[in-house]
Write a protein that binds this ligand. Structure first.
Ligand code: 1HE
Length: 268
């Protein structure tokens, strides 16, 4: 059965297919600085749950307007006056969406600009690659708002920057930006121009890999981080057994063997 993505179903996201199996998913509530309301999270669950089975080869995740994402929709949260159980269930939907991103097997490249804060940073940290422009800045203002992270920052942001910096960011609202943010691991690329254009270029390149290789890269690595070293080594062998014998790889191996494939060379 062919699975298709009906782009008209998305209201809070703009979802577009580009050439080469690259899809662009844009948070599309610029007047609310792309704050994540419950409906946006549901749309992300739907897209990222479907993408791996719909032939999506790479995703660029972007935000419309001047900011990537202002995090949890604080106005909705205030209005809804949620119970502890209601908010727990909402957080579980965030995890559903973000886990689908991180473990789904489709490369997700986040094109970041402006505020990448609170839940916006939780979202960005679920992508496999983060690209920032000169306007992008990262912060976790939850502490100042009387809140706590609920969308995976304790896991993913701590993985990126380490425990001490994570706690400092939460206690003080410290902002990181520019080259310092790259040096800390919050982003892998910084560009002078458009982070979207750079993210598209990365996505196109990643989309040229065989889907099964990308599936392993964008799923197995994360799973293996959750395992003991012993179990991870075992799982890696099993994954490599499947991926490294895939029939689609034979042409690429043949090209290496007959010397027609590009060699790995140092940067100019
Ligand atoms: C919002 C939100 C939001 C803006 N929820 N509506 N996140 C934060 O603490 C970040 C809160 N937002 C900000 O600090 C600023 O809005 C920004 C730096 C992102 C942008 O500033 P600016 O001057 O461009 O915009 P603004 O005037 O503050 O806001 C413009 C509109 O966006 C305004 O709505 P309007 O209807 O009055 O025009 C704002 O209310 C709206 N807006 N941010 C709702 N976050 C699973 S737990 C996760 C925990 C968290 O993420 S805590 C949230 C952290």
């Amino acid at each position: 059965m062919t699975i298709t993505i009906d782009t008209s179903r998305f209201k809070n996201l703009a979802v577009e297919e580009h050439d080469g199996g690259v899809w662009v998913v844009t948070l599309n509530r610029p007047t609310k600085r792309n704050a994540l309301n419950a409906d946006t999270v549901e749309e992300m669950v739907e897209f990222f749950a479907t993408a791996p089975r719909a032939g999506v080869r790479a995703v660029v995740l972007a935000g419309s307007g001047d900011h990537f994402c202002a995090g949890l929709d604080l106005v909705e949260h205030h209005r809804e006056d949620r119970s502890p159980a209601e908010f727990m269930h909402l957080c579980l939907r965030w995890h559903e969406a973000f886990n689908k991103m991180e473990y789904g097997g489709v490369p997700v490249i986040a094109a970041l600009h402006g505020a990448v804060v609170g839940g916006g940073l939780e979202l960005a940290s679920s992508a496999h690659i983060r690209v920032i422009d000169q306007t992008a800045y990262f912060a976790l203002p939850e502490g100042q708002r009387g809140l706590f992270t609920g969308g995976g920052a304790t896991i993913r942001v701590t993985d990126l920057v380490g425990k001490a910096r994570m706690i400092d960011m939460m206690l003080t609202g410290r902002v990181y930006q520019g080259q310092e943010a790259v040096d800390l691991g919050l982003a892998q690329y910084i560009v002078e121009g458009s982070s979207f254009d750079a993210a598209m270029e990365i996505a196109r390149k990643a989309a040229e890999n065989l889907p099964l290789s990308n599936f392993a890269i964008c799923s197995a690595v994360s799973h293996m981080q959750n395992m003991s070293a012993m179990d991870a080594a075992y799982a890696e062998s099993v994954v490599a057994g499947v991926v490294n014998t895939q029939p689609d790889a034979r042409a690429r191996l043949a090209a290496f063997a007959d010397k027609s494939a590009a060699r790995v060379r140092p940067n100019d």
